[in-house]
Design a protein around this ligand. Sequence first.
Ligand code: PLP
Length: 398
Amino acid sequence: MHIAERIVRLGTETAFAVAARATAHKAGGHEVYPFHLGDLNIPTPANIMEAACAAMRAGKTGYCPSAGIPELRAVLAEDVGKSRNTPFAMENVAIQPGGKPVIGKFIMACMNPGEEVLYPNPGYPIYESQIEYHGGRAVPYRYTWDTSGFHIDLEYLESRITPRTRALILNDLQNPMGAECTREERERLAELALRHDLWVLLDEAYFEIRYSGKSVSLASIPGMAERSVILYTFSKKFAMTGWRLGAAIGPRNIIDVISKLNVNDESCSNHFVQYGALEGLTGDQSGPAGILATLRERRDTAVDFLNATPGVRCPRPEATFYLFPEVTELMARKGFDGDYAAFAEDVLVRTGVSLCTRLHFGRLQQGEDRRFVRLAYSGIGTKDIRKGLGALKAYAES
Ligand code: PLP
């Protein structure tokens, strides 16, 4: 029996392999500090759990409309419309089983085989996987680095647009770098999208995971809402990663296509879970506020430790729950110049710190000579952050 050829082009999230290695190390009786996976070890707010249980008891256990229950679509349209300064109606929203399915469905809806899609590298690995799986050409763009953080290399991005480019994927409030566009960057991107008639996938999974200031969406720039699909998720803001609920929000023509893909794929997203999400959006907001306060404390602890570690430099992002410190000097000093896998293994064995490296977020780009690792602080408490990063500091000092 043979497996279909297209499967060769399907990628994966290699961070899951890091999790497996961490589990094996722990099973050997060692302490492990889990900084590798972007999951939350914070419970979903109680009012959301209650609402989902109540819905289950009330019989919301059958199929529901493929695009989601109307109440949730309407409330989400209003909520996202307000925060993105763009009017949306219920018809602009297709509920999904998580934010992740929006990526593949967006690509299926707007890209033909042989066409090109621009995506961030380093970036969430599913973009490249889905573009290539559906027969497209995944074209990476890149970032520059200074002490304030990471910025899209706009000249480079523009140079990679061709007549075959169909879409641009933007993950503003970015995984793994915690990068955020400036207003000028957003305006330049909008201008490029308009000039080259591109669809835009706005992956805004971390739009509400921010510690100061206010998130701004590219969709709020005139002309962009008509060509953008927002990836929305309940996973992060409401600590609902395992509930699997998100949405695609955008122009009606592409949302109708995405809803048709829902019919073909999952029929509908989990019915009673949508009532939990509805409570999340309309009910008591102390849950998400508490989640943010917890994450902020973790961020500050982690950044302070990392910046006190010789050979490590780490910006303090105002959004996401990821850190992307530069470790060029530390790796060189420890004799791992460029060998990310050996470095990560040595760090795990000697300190118990389990982390991802830059290579888990795409292939190295030409001329890239600085080294980075990614630490997620969503799944580890402050006490363990201190213990783990204290051990990392001692490792760097030794
Ligand atoms: N987009 C980005 C950038 C992410 O980091 C993630 C999850 O880590 C997702 C999308 C998808 O999350 P979910 O499917 O849980 O909504």
